[in-house]
Design a protein around this ligand. Structure first.
Ligand SMILES: [Zn+2]
Length: 136
């Protein structure tokens, strides 16, 4: 594996199940069994009812592009512009910040509400990142 030069997430007790699932290339979200709602980012308590009846459920990995920004200037070590930062509206409800890949980073090629799907980048032995690409 080529050396990964971008900053890596550091799992916390609340996010470790998310990263463990990503390592299996499964996108999961915390689900409140009291509200019957998914939420994201991971927390110990439901952001709606503050209950702790939380379980992890696998998601489809599909959604739509909620918004995006094409980054033309180097701002972070390891990121080579242009690249596309994005917020994806997941089918399950929550929105997730990510990077949009597999598309020309130009305003002509990307539009809000376009269907997207998860794809994976193994960054290290422990961390596999969920990225999104236009749905095939
Ligand atoms: Zn709840």
């Amino acid at each position: 594996m080529a050396e990964y030069t971008k900053p890596l997430p550091v799992p916390s007790p609340e996010t470790q199940p998310f990263w463990d699932a990503c390592a299996r290339r499964e996108l999961t979200l915390p689900f409140c069994t009291a509200c019957a709602q998914f939420f994201f980012y991971p927390r110990a308590f439901c952001p709606r009812c503050f209950g702790d009846a939380i379980e992890w459920r696998r998601c489809t990995g599909r959604g739509t592009l909620y918004t995006f920004a094409i980054q033309y200037r180097p701002q972070m070590i390891g990121f080579t512009p242009p690249y596309v930062t994005a917020i994806v509206q997941l089918e399950e409800g929550p929105r997730m910040m990510t990077t949009l890949v597999g598309v020309t980073p130009s305003p002509e090629a990307i539009r809000c509400d376009m269907p997207v799907e998860v794809t994976w980048e193994q960054a290290s032995d422990e961390i596999t990142l969920p990225l999104f690409r236009p749905a095939g």
